[in-house]
Design a protein around this ligand. Structure first.
Ligand code: GLP
Length: 263
């Protein structure tokens, strides 16, 4: 795992957007794993800008989102399908048929989860998985005690997650209590993972996720097992990291990061 610390949330998002854009340019057929949440809004805005300004090409790219609420129609304003259409897909030249989210309205949810896994496999697996982190440390909706080898399945949302996301609903009571999410095991199979976290309210959980012991109580700790995982944070989210100076030194000195230092 590598931790890249940027001065502020905008610079952190710029770095993540550049990593995605570089991967897409290197492989136009990229299979991209996507995440939702407030933190990602900046990344999608920057990718749209890169498409409009520099012609960043999404035409051959395929996407798989991490998760979707159970019981929301795709056009429901709080569904993740709606989020993705509005924030990214509508504004770039992606073929909507190449964009995938679990269907939270499927009559047989278990079958839907199995089909989603099969679809990822048929696409050749995920090349680059973008991740946010919930305040309690979940990736996707892998709530506390999610098995580290879990696959796509239905999860009951924890009170912490409900508290965090309910304000996004006009009537907080309308927030679904369950979601379909890729499993921790599914996420760990992605060839590369990039987690983005910004803001002081993520400082504690980032320190536990990056430097704490691996535990199914905090599914993000499983990323410590991943061969190629980058955690991008702003200074505020990095505030509790004990090794921050060392991580800064790596970013400033490792040749791999040279092209990303001026962002
Ligand atoms: C939701 C999503 C997660 C996301 C998290 C963080 O719970 N299922 O994938 O990482 O929110 O959201 P935010 O960026 O709004 O803090």
């Amino acid at each position: 795992m590598e931790v890249l610390i940027r001065p502020d949330a905008e610079a952190a998002a710029r770095l993540v957007a550049r990593i995605i854009a570089d991967e897409l340019r290197a492989n136009p057929h990229l299979v991209l794993g996507l995440a939702t949440g407030r933190t990602m809004e900046r990344v999608y805005r920057l990718l749209v800008e890169m498409h409009v300004r520099d012609g960043l090409d999404f035409s051959l790219c395929r996407t798989f989102n991490l998760d979707e609420y159970v019981g929301l129609e795709p056009d429901h304003p709080q569904s993740y399908r709606h989020y993705m259409n509005e924030r990214l897909f509508k504004h770039v030249n992606i073929d909507l048929r190449n964009t995938h989210l679990p269907n939270g309205m499927a009559p047989d949810l278990d079958a839907e989860c199995a089909a989603y896994e099969a679809l990822i496999e048929r696409a050749g697996g995920i090349d680059l998985q973008l991740l946010g982190i919930g305040r309690a440390g979940h990736i996707g909706f892998n709530e506390p005690l999610s098995a580290l080898m879990s696959r796509t399945r239905v999860k009951a949302l924890s009170p912490a997650t409900i508290e965090q996301n309910a304000p996004l609903f006009p009537d907080p009571a309308q927030m679904p209590r369950r979601a379909i999410t890729m499993g921790v095991g599914t996420i760990l199979e992605a060839r590369r993972c990039v987690l983005l976290a910004t803001g002081g309210e993520k400082a504690d959980i980032i320190a536990r996720a990056v430097e704490g012991p691996i535990t199914s109580m905090i599914s993000a700790t499983a990323l410590q097992l991943h061969r190629r995982c980058v955690v991008v944070v702003d200074e505020a989210a990095a505030a509790r990291l004990e090794g921050a100076d060392y991580y800064r030194w790596i970013f400033e000195n490792e040749p791999e990061w040279e092209p990303y230092r001026d962002l």
